[in-house]
Write a protein that binds this ligand. Structure first.
Ligand code: 13P
Ligand code: SF4
Length: 342
């Protein structure tokens, strides 16, 4: 396909959110990435937070963490390029030990994944013997390896309830844990927090103090402010936001459920409390809808992934994601168990 045709296709999809001059420059990159992707028998998985000119062009699949894990589990291509962050690419590698998994940037981490170590999980298990460990997919492979089952934002409550036990350890996102505890009517404690609640209390969930550095910044005052300017706005919050922010919003769900909510409803304005690029992606797909954006909070990790680096990833086959086999095998049980329950 010629660059001219790629440019025209990009214009048709993106002209309400990306100026033509940028599309013209990026069309050449898109054309070359798609050519090399075919030549090298690669699949590109793109998280919902990718910038619009990448999100709407090169991925074979786009979606939230759960959907992309499922696609990684199903692929038969030789190379998986993950346009997302390290823990997502690691999950793809856990599911595909024989395939080459590449992450276009070495710097695409995640504050939640950084917040907990495998030793922390072992210590919690020692302190609460016999209590099953649920870990959010936003963790590294060695932490998943210490867990009984993983979850994502779209199935966290279902995973906790599927265990059919009185008490669970839920790691590492404090706010997601509080939101799940509320939804499932469970009492939660944070035993590692100094001066936190007493572990003698009648708890059913044990949490950790990790936070998403993006979602923790949204406040109820932000919501009140936007509502006073746009009284009819519908506000959607990711469950990594605080319970107070989730409460003050109209809907809470994973990145894909927020996208679906906007697609399937009619409101004068929408605001999604999440990485701002997703607002651009939804605006491009729904030009008739008014998407407000709070862009003062950005995910520095997701924003590392660019078309330029994705092209380099394909050309140089970098950066290779590896997980030691002994860790991978244990982590696989937790990931497969999650995928099996949906
Ligand atoms: P989703 O699973 O909802 O896509 O969330 C991933 C993430 O990192 C949100 O910040
Ligand atoms: Fe991690 Fe938050 Fe960025 Fe998602 S938005 S990748 S949870 S830092």
């Amino acid at each position: 396909m010629s660059t001219e045709i790629v440019y025209e296709e990009m214009k048709a999809k993106l002209s309400n959110v990306v100026p033509d001059v940028e599309l013209f420059y990026k069309a050449e990159l898109v054309e070359e990435i798609n050519r090399l992707k075919k030549e090298k028998n690669a699949v590109i998985l793109g998280h919902n937070y990718m910038e619009p000119a990448l999100f709407h062009t090169i991925p074979d699949y786009t979606g939230d963490s759960l959907f992309l894990s499922r696609k990684a589990a199903e692929t038969d291509r030789d190379i998986i390029i993950f346009c997302g962050v390290r823990f997502m690419a690691e999950t793809a590698k856990i599911l595909n030990p024989e395939r080459l998994v590449l992450l276009p940037s070495e710097k695409a981490g995640c504050s939640l994944a950084e917040s907990i170590s495998a030793q922390d999980v072992r210590d919690l298990r020692a302190r609460f013997p016999g209590v099953p460990v649920v870990t959010y997919i936003n963790t590294y492979a060695d932490v998943k390896a210490e867990s009984d089952i993983c979850c994502t934002s779209s199935n966290a409550t279902a995973v906790v309830e599927s265990l059919g036990v009185d008490t669970v350890i839920f790691l590492p996102d404090e706010y997601l844990a509080r939101n799940v505890a509320r939804e499932s009517g469970k009492h939660i404690i944070f035993p590692t927090l100094k001066g936190g609640e007493d572990s003698e209390l009648d708890y059913q969930m044990i949490g950790w103090h990790g936070r998403c550095e993006v979602h923790e910044k949204f406040t109820v005052a932000d919501i009140e402010n936007v509502r006073s300017q746009f009284p009819e706005v519908v506000i959607l919050a990711h469950p990594e936001c605080s319970p107070e922010v989730v409460d003050a919003s109209d809907f809470s769900g994973s990145t894909s459920s927020m996208i679906n909510f906007v697609q399937d409803s009619q409101a004068p304005h929408y605001l999604m409390l999440t990485e701002c690029a997703m607002g651009d992606n939804v605006a491009a797909a729904n030009p008739q809808k008014d998407m407000l954006r709070l862009c003062m909070v950005r995910c520095p990790h997701m924003n590392q992934i660019t078309l330029e680096d994705t092209l380099l990833a394909l050309q140089k086959e970098q950066y290779v994601i590896d997980v030691p086999e002994e860790v991978r095998k244990r982590a696989l049980r937790a990931v497969e168990r999650m995928i099996a329950i949906g």
